[in-house]
Design a protein around this ligand. Structure first.
Ligand code: PAN
Ligand code: ZN
Length: 193
């Protein structure tokens, strides 16, 4: 083909048992130090950072144009762990184009997808292997690992969706997920005034 604009088909191999994408083009790493302001117990997070700043989550992607018509897809892996008694989680975001949805097919581990809207709706959907969570348009979303092993999902969303982290950083998610005495608790969080 002489048309340089034509995007060529390709295939990607996965290990669906381990939740691994083979030969990703991009590998995003978020350590504990990138999570400041997201956990209730800031002092507990500082301790974890000082003790070695462990890996929190990773995203493995292929290079796909950020254009309408394409589909972005990735493997998202969140490590197990606690900050104080709050379970490790992703930052979470709205999509830059808010009317875009996303599919998360859980491959390994156990946890929740926390979702919220600007109107104040708030939902926690369980994640475990074989369960898909549909994140509709307009819902901010964050994954939380409640287990003892990595929580891994295959995600697909529109090519032009983009990420808006700023709004949710200001708003926060209304629900938080804790592990206390081995039991998972999801509770409402009141922002300190
Ligand atoms: C996912 C997320 C991934 C990391 O690919 O980007 O789980 O979470 P944060 O982006 O909130 O740090 C996705 O939802 N993409 O749209
Ligand atoms: Zn998303």
């Amino acid at each position: 083909m002489s048309d340089n604009k034509l995007f060529m088909p390709f295939g990607v191999e996965y290990d669906l048992i381990k939740g691994i994408m083979k030969n990703p083009d991009k590998h995003l790493i978020r350590k504990a130090s990138s999570m400041k302001g997201h956990y209730e117990d800031a002092a507990a997070l500082d301790k974890i950072i000082a003790a070695g700043d462990p890996l929190h989550y990773e995203v493995f992607e292929k290079n796909i144009p950020e254009e309408n018509g394409h589909l972005q897809f990735c493997i998202s892996t969140t490590q197990p762990g606690l900050v104080g008694d709050e379970c490790f989680m992703t930052k979470g975001h709205y999509h830059r184009i808010p009317e875009t949805a996303e599919i998360y097919l859980c491959l390994t581990g156990r946890g929740y997808m926390l979702m919220k809207t600007k109107e104040g709706d708030s939902v926690a959907e369980e994640m475990f292997p074989g369960r898909m969570v549909y994140v509709p348009p307009y819902w901010a979303h964050r994954t939380v690992n409640t287990g003892d092993t990595p929580l891994t999902s295959f995600c697909v969303y529109p090519g032009n969706a983009g990420h808006n982290y700023g709004d949710i950083e200001v708003e926060g998610f209304p629900k938080r997920v804790y592990k206390r005495n081995g039991k998972i608790e999801i509770s409402a969080w009141k922002r300190k005034s």
